[in-house]
Write a protein that binds this ligand. Structure first.
Ligand code: NAP
Length: 265
């Protein structure tokens, strides 16, 4: 039987590449985004217009899928964006907006799907977080915090849903070359005491992202989890980022922060 999947953030980057990989493997993918487009035309991909901050739009999308397919097997909470700037000079409004999309947007998406999953007795929830959920970088603290919160939500929910047939998994990408870098909002005004460090930091993160993994690497990790009988808890794609994830667990915190600070600011 065809697997029916809803992915948010399907109009570009990781979401678009994942939609293509899943559709090529025989799944039917509803790809939601504010643009409501897919960069490729594929009979297995149905673009849907939705904003993950809009509960009504999410519910309408899930209702449409269930009306057309009779079920929904999996949701990939991928929509997201980043802000950039020092904590001291970033407004609370900008910080809240970061959480709205990256944390509450995924929460709203999960809430829209859970009643269907529970009624069916099965469903898979995959959140796309980031290695920055476990490794905080200076000047991207709100992004890290929102992704850390989403990782905690995914893992807590996995425990709560034990025995329901609903599984949860988070995928933590490292640097991926997508529109994410261009779309990132800079919240730092010029002329703060951080200017020189911010310039060094921005150069490094933009170089790392633009030279980063192809989004298909993350799509393959999603596909692998959807095919597994029991999904993993956390997946960090690619060996070098896995090693980074391991280091965050074994290094003393003070060493870890000193190392990151020397590399990034
Ligand atoms: N690129 C990286 O290095 C990297 C690393 C780790 C994690 N990630 C995470 O991976 C996910 C995908 O990012 P990406 O790299 O593929 O960036 P991207 O190319 O900018 O894609 C972001 C996607 O999210 C959608 N989106 C943003 N806000 C939305 C909203 N309010 N409602 C619905 N859709 C929304 C965008 O579509 P519309 O603009 O059409 O709405 C777009 O399809 C994000 O959660 C990001 O945090 C990225």
């Amino acid at each position: 039987m065809e697997t029916i999947v809803l992915i948010t953030g399907g109009s570009s980057g990781i979401g678009a590449a994942t939609a293509v990989l899943l559709a090529n493997s025989g799944m039917k993918v509803y790809a939601g985004s504010r643009r409501g487009t897919s960069p490729v035309t594929h009979k297995g991909i149905v673009p849907i217009t939705l904003d993950v901050n809009d509960e009504e739009a999410l519910k309408a999308a899930v209702d449409k899928i269930v009306a057309e397919e009779g079920r929904l097997d999996a949701v990939i909470c991928n929509a997201g964006n980043g802000i950039y700037g020092p904590v001291e000079y970033t407004s609370e409004k900008d910080a809240r907006a970061q959480f709205e999309t990256c944390f509450f947007g995924s929460l709203k998406t999960i809430h829209a799907c859970l009643p269907v999953f529970r009624a069916q007795g099965h469903g898979r929830i995959i959140t796309i977080t980031s290695v920055m959920a476990v490794l905080q970088l200076p000047f991207q603290v709100y992004y890290s915090s929102a992704k850390a919160a989403l990782l905690a939500l995914t893992e807590g929910l996995r425990m709560e849903l034990k025995g329901t047939g609903i599984q949860c998994c988070s995928i933590l990408p490292g640097d991926v070359a997508t529109e994410f870098t261009q779309v990132r909002k800079n919240t730092a005004p010029d002329g703060t005491p951080y200017d020189a460090r911010i310039r060094k930091n921005l150069q490094k993160i933009e170089k790392d992202e633009l030279g980063g993994m192809k989004p298909e690497v993350i799509g393959k990790a999603v596909l692998k989890q959807l095919r597994k009988k029991k999904m993993s808890v956390r997946v960090i794609p690619r060996i070098d980022y896995k090693a980074v994830g391991l280091l965050t667990r074994i290094l003393p915190e003070s060493w870890k922060l000193a190392l990151i600070n020397s590399l990034y600011s």
